[in-house]
Design a protein. Structure first.
Length: 228
């Protein structure tokens, strides 16, 4: 199951090239990464000149060993996925994933300069459209921290592989609906059956993502509420 899911993610995001470079100006390590095209699914077979490794690459978040695992204690699976596959710089629904300019992943406490130490085991990998940090917990689960509600953790996915697979499926759903409706596309035009299929996928590999208050549950409910 996990191997098939990873292959789905790799195939869906369309591997572009392999390179070697420093992970940051201040780091002297070298690592290989796959530059993946953000628009791969939506633009397969079309003009992709606005995408690609030069303009909007996917980059693994950290270099091997120096930043992952040793410093964080993240699971081997999470560390390997961030290292070898990475996450998109920007992707629906209004999520951004950016590596730190230098050094290891910051904790939520470090990024937000919180003094109580409650969130020292949440490592920030991105943010959502509300400015909440998206983080990996030591358990491996991915959450966002609602900064308007005392940084309350809100569930996204059980791990980074499930996150990437769900992002891919969500993008496919949105892009297919947008292709049918053209430039006038709005959320409510996503067909009910497409949303139901998305829920079935989540129910099969990450059912907690459909619990009340979880990000994907809220996102799919919003699409349903906007349907006319």
């Amino acid at each position: 199951m996990r191997i098939r899911a990873l292959q789905t993610v790799r195939d869906g995001w369309s591997k572009m090239s392999h390179r070697t470079r420093q992970c940051s100006d201040s780091c002297r390590c070298q690592y290989s990464y796959e530059a993946l095209r953000i628009g791969a699914v939506a633009t397969r077979g079309a003009d992709v000149s606005s995408y690609g490794c030069k303009s909007r690459p996917w980059l693994p978040h950290m270099c091997l060993a120096r930043h992952i695992g040793i410093h964080h204690g993240l699971s081997t699976t999470a560390a390997a996925f961030l290292r070898d596959v990475g996450l998109p710089a920007s992707v629906a629904p209004f999520l951004d994933f950016r590596p730190p300019k230098s050094g290891p992943l910051p904790t939520v406490d470090q990024l937000w300069r919180l003094k109580d130490g409650k969130f020292g085991n949440f490592y920030v990998i991105g943010s959502n459209g509300s400015g909440d940090s998206i983080a990996i917990a030591l358990s491996g689960s991915v959450v966002y921290l609602n900064h308007d509600d005392g940084f309350r953790p809100c569930y996204i996915n059980k791990d980074v592989l499930a996150l990437s697979e769900t992002l891919l499926r969500f993008r496919e759903m949105i892009q297919e609906a947008a292709k049918r409706n053209g430039s006038t596309f709005v959320y409510g035009q996503v067909p009910r059956e497409a949303v139901d299929t998305m829920r079935e996928h989540l129910r099969s590999y990450d059912p907690t993502a459909l619990d009340e208050g979880a990000m994907w549950a809220d996102e799919l409910d919003e699409i349903d509420s906007e349907r006319t």
